[in-house]
Design a protein around this ligand. Structure first.
Ligand SMILES: *Cc1c(COP(=O)(O)O)cnc(C)c1O
Length: 225
């Protein structure tokens, strides 16, 4: 889409959501010009699925915006991710978290993370299964350079947004339950749920971070997820 349409789309979504909800612009395979237009229109957080592509973009835009990793993190990319990102939204195993922790120790950087929950139990999706969530949270609590700040979930991407509501709802319940436990180093303050077609339902169910791609930048020519 052109810069003007992108700008209009950002302004429309910002107008549509409560002030305490933050938009993460999901920018996978978008151009620098498209991302620049979104930032000019008021986007403050960029979400990227790929470490290397993100690095190129970070070199262009720098720290005028925050950078969230929203893709599937591989253990061999955690060192670079530790350098580049302000938050990792997709922790789903102690193996990857441990590698990330070592990368963060090396650079003395405390990394805020979210645990990704596979709330729909979709075999094709990443994320920890709901019944494994508490165990993972306890294990993360032992990693001193990882600071757990909340949960993220995808839910179904297409179809009726109402279909996603039960998944958002159960993720919020887990979020509230974990907020009440007193596991050291665990804080529940960020709930990342909702995409272009489902962000309104997600906000109704308690999301305070929404990840928006196609609503800002248009549909991909070929779906990449
Ligand atoms: C692409 C992507 C989004 C945005 O999806 P849209 O439907 O285009 O808004 C959100 N979250 C993740 C993890 C993504 O990969």
């Amino acid at each position: 889409m052109g810069a003007e349409e992108i700008s209009e789309a950002v302004v429309n979504v910002l107008r549509d959501i409560p002030a305490e909800v933050t938009i993460v612009a999901a920018v996978k395979s978008r151009t620098v010009a498209e991302v620049a237009a979104a930032i000019r229109a008021g986007i403050k957080v960029i979400g990227h699925n790929y470490v290397q592509e993100a690095e190129r973009m970070l070199n262009t835009f720098g720290k005028q915006v925050q950078w969230h990793f929203i893709g599937h993190l591989q253990a061999n990319k955690t060192k670079r991710a530790a350098v580049l990102f302000d938050m990792i939204e997709t922790i789903d195993s102690v193996h990857v978290a441990g590698a990330l922790n070592r990368g963060c120790i090396a650079m003395r950087k405390i990394m805020p993370v979210l645990v990704e929950v596979n709330s729909g139990r979709e075999p094709s999706k990443s994320g920890v299964l709901p019944e494994e969530l508490d165990n993972l949270v306890r294990e993360l609590s032992g990693l001193s350079y990882i600071h757990l700040q909340g949960l993220m979930t995808m839910g179904p991407r297409f179809g009726d947004p109402e279909d996603a509501r039960p998944y958002f709802h159960t993720t919020k319940e887990a979020f509230d339950r974990l907020a009440k436990t007193s596991i050291p180093g665990v804080e529940m303050r960020i709930l990342s749920m909702g995409m272009s077609n489902s962000y309104k339902v997600a906000i109704e169910e308690g999301a305070n971070l929404i990840r928006i791609g196609s609503k800002i930048f248009g549909e991909h020519e070929r779906p990449s997820c």
